[in-house]
Design a protein around this ligand. Sequence first.
Ligand code: FAD
Length: 451
Amino acid sequence: MTDVDVVVVGAGLSGLTAARNLQQRGLSVRVFEATGRVGGRVKSAQVAGAVVDLGGTFVGPGQERIIALADEVGVGRYPTHEAGDNLILWRKDLKRYRGLIPPIGAPNLLDLARVRASLERLSRKIPVGRPWDAPHAADLDAQTLGSWLAAKHASRGTHDLMAVVCKTSWGCEPSEISLLYVLHYVAQAGGLDPLLETRGGAVEQHFVEGSHEVAVRVADALGAGTVRLGSPVLRIDWAENEVTVHTDDGPTTARRVIVAVPPALRRRIRFVPDLPAAHRRLSQRWSPGILSKIYAVYDAPFWRASGLSGMSISDEGPIFITFDASPRDASRGVILGFIGGDYAREWDPVDDAERRIRALSSLADLFGKRALDPLGYVDQRWGEEDWLGGGPTAAPGPGTSASMHVQLTEPVGPIHWAGTETATRWAGHMDGAVAAGERAAREVAIAEAVR
Ligand SMILES: Cc1cc2nc3c(=O)[nH]c(=O)nc-3n(C[C@H](O)[C@H](O)[C@H](O)COP(=O)(O)OP(=O)(O)OC[C@H]3O[C@@H](n4cnc5c(N)ncnc54)[C@H](O)[C@@H]3O)c2cc1C
């Protein structure tokens, strides 16, 4: 007899989905969450009358798992505002443009198209879910995106635009991330356009009540006492068909455990006996990037009157990309700005007041002086969150993808793994988190059935 059938570690979207799925299969579950709230990398706030998503925000076509879950718990979606011209502040020059490709001069555009096509061609050769089986996997993994760009003689402009993609997707610079990992990430999302586009891509919509509300409603539906907040799991003792999960409140026994935390946080749990060496290496090497967000809330989306979409990119920093995240009824104007990679490393340690001035002047450089005076402002530095890593997802360096990917999901005895990084489609996204939770629950149910 055990206290419950299954313990889930982590009440992010992945752990909560796993728990929901297990309950639906008739298994008893307890979820331990280290922090004082559910949601993990999804978190929302009310700022001057607007709901803003401080972590995971956008969803798009093909992200069926998170969309189905949000529909089930009654959280609505609306399109990301995209009408109007985008802006690019590049080499001190501010220009308007439409679509995904900014006006960076014909030679740069040709070079960007060449490099992009080459990256997409390579990515199509990567078997989704099995990057280690790609042709020349070890060679691709030995390179970073940055060293590959250099080997391709990418222009400075191409490199800098790829750096924008890198900072937004993984919170890191091209020189830091395994090329094989990038190629697999692009492959599993179905290409660069699905990853980046507003219309038809991963940035197409966001949630009316905020993404955090999805997690809150899933957690509530699990029933009182199922989710234990403020309960970091510090140690897991395991044998063939039993685990004992230790928190400050004492031990809980179960037949299986699903660990639904980012790979780097697996190493904060002491496993007894120890995990195999390959699993330990994964948690040492699959660190997250670093990506912070600011929101400035105005009485109206004033940039729309000037024919602007609110979407922009800039090479000046600290804000390097913005989106219009205003509510559907435009009762407030909301600009979302990202600070990531080297900008985050430079600006995250800066005190609140100075950082706010610098962030708002970044917005003013793009949208005019009115941006300096918002009704409300909020700043989320993910690198400072103790239990959440620092970026949207893992940003593993060279030599870590081919050799360690398999350990993301490979169970160890009664220990199963979830979390967005373990997904084979839309990894790094909320959709991947939900899909991974469902997959881990299925795995546990099968293991229980054959027991
Ligand atoms: C700035 C930013 C922007 C993003 N933008 C988007 C976006 O637009 N669209 C999108 O789809 N995705 C986006 N994402 C990514 C998305 O938020 C994540 O992929 C998803 O929320 C991850 O969910 P998860 O459950 O896998 O992990 P997490 O949310 O990290 O959940 C893991 C949970 O485990 C807990 N935990 C860790 N260790 C322990 C322990 N030892 N014991 C108990 N609990 C523990 C943590 O506190 C956390 O609550 C973004 C993320 C960030 C940070």
